[in-house]
Design a protein around this ligand. Structure first.
Ligand code: SF4
Length: 424
């Protein structure tokens, strides 16, 4: 691993674009949130389009009783002819009578519910009062206008923060919905380091939701949680800034920041992290053979772009040409930006046509982008990686480093093979 650059990209100029977006909406987050929160239900208040989006994004992944659904706003609702609030109350009463396992109900706003200005905050308050204490009803927006698909999780967690009970005890809060297997690895590493007590937001079950107060310190596991970060700070909790735990270096630096906060002796840190670090380095080395010396271009999509560019340039030997991100939150991204050597073009927001022009001029070896752009770019002979896969695949922490690197190496290997076949 190269030493950290003398100056990183934290103060590099950022190209700010405010044009057309090519992204999925925040409803997509329900696909991973409903798997994480085992007694929650996500009720999208939307149209048939919203229902179809959810079904196609999540359809093949449902193995158990679904924990989400759509309350369809019909034409008379949209035309203001029916009382949508009364309809919603009836729908919720039916759902909760049928599903006594539900302890948290999220009313998720959509473009249609926002167009008719359906007040879901009021509905959540009213329904919470009606169904308390067994069910807590919250609301957030997953609407697609001017958002990215990871904002749904941020909006959901930010909606939960004001409801968390107050407590003044020194605790570490891990914030972000990690797959259970990865969360367990994080909890084991922190326990081996002697850091605790540790709680998670979101918790797997309503009864395990964390308490929060001025003595809470929190670490983000996902870079797209700007609103949740702000909501926790409003409750007096303090953020521990660190690079995000992607790759061996990111994971080590993330753990090191927590270890400093909790005064973990250097010897103990070394003892706990040495073996998984070595495993992670070996796993990256296998993929880096394909990735080293190749160039990568990020379109703004998942909000994971900056930490992943740090991982690919520093651990896999790639060159980043452009790192596009929907939002650049310096308080969250600063530690990752510090580790990226100057050179890549940093852009925030999107003007898709202008960005496509820059991409075609640069012709990178790999383009990380949304599903809508990937197929046409493949047809133009460019190798692509779907950004959404990075959120659906476990990629955090040491044991997933090899899988993370392979996600980027695979499309390059496929293209190399196609070139070989064409040459024969
Ligand atoms: S919330 Fe908006 S963008 Fe998302 S599926 Fe519904 S209509 Fe489409």
């Amino acid at each position: 691993m190269p030493p950290p650059p003398a100056t990183g990209c934290r103060s590099a100029p950022v190209l700010k674009e405010r044009g057309q977006h090519e992204v999925f909406c925040g409803l997509t987050g329900i696909v991973w949130l409903h798997r994480k929160m085992q007694d929650a239900f996500f009720l999208v208040v939307g149209s048939r389009t919203c229902a179809h989006l959810l079904q196609s994004a999540a359809g093949v992944m449902i193995f158990a009783e679904p924990r989400f659904g759509t309350a369809i706003l019909e034409e008379q609702d949209l035309a203001g002819l029916a009382d949508a609030q009364e309809e919603l109350d009836r729908e919720v009463a039916r759902l909760l009578a049928r599903r006594p396992d539900i302890r948290q109900l999220f009313l998720v706003g959509s473009c249609p519910s926002e167009v008719i200005k359906l007040d879901l905050a009021k509905a959540a308050q009213r329904l919470s009062a009606r169904h308390a204490p067994h069910v807590r009803v919250l609301n957030y927006s997953g609407s697609g206008i001017e958002t990215t698909f990871t904002q749904g999780e941020d909006a959901c967690l930010a909606a939960m923060v004001p409801q968390l009970p107050e407590k003044s005890a020194r605790e570490l809060l891990l914030v972000g919905a990690l797959p259970d297997v990865v969360e367990d690895q994080a909890l084991r590493l922190l326990s081996d380091l002697g850091i605790g007590p540790v709680r998670c937001l979101p918790a797997r079950r309503a009864e395990d939701m964390p308490l929060v107060g001025p003595d809470t310190v929190f670490a983000l596991t996902q870079p797209f949680l700007g609103d949740t970060h702000a909501a926790l700070e409003r409750r007096g909790a303090r953020h521990i800034p660190a690079p995000f735990p992607f790759g061996e270096e990111g994971t080590t630096e993330w753990l090191a920041a927590l270890a400093r906060e909790f005064d973990v002796p250097a010897g103990r840190f070394e003892q706990v992290t040495a073996a998984p670090r070595a495993r992670a380095r070996r796993a990256v080395a296998a993929a880096a053979e394909t990735l080293a010396g190749r160039s990568v271009f990020f379109f703004p999509d998942s909000q994971l772009e900056i930490p992943l560019a740090r991982f690919l340039t520093r651990e896999c030997g790639m060159e980043a040409i452009e790192i596009g991100t929907p939002y650049l939150h310096k308080a969250l991204m600063g530690p990752d930006l510090d580790l990226i050597a100057p050179g890549p073009n940093l852009s925030e927001g999107q003007d898709v046509d202008r960005q496509l022009d820059r991409l075609r001029a640069a012709r990178p070896d790999l383009t990380v982008c949304g599903l809508g752009l990937a197929n046409p770019l493949e047809a133009e002979g460019l190798a692509t990686k779907w950004a959404i896969e990075l959120v659906f695949t476990p990629v955090h922490l040491y044991e997933q480093v090899g899988d993370l690197a392979q996600l980027f190496a695979r499309p390059l290997r496929r293209r190399d093979l196609l070139k070989l076949e064409a040459a024969e």
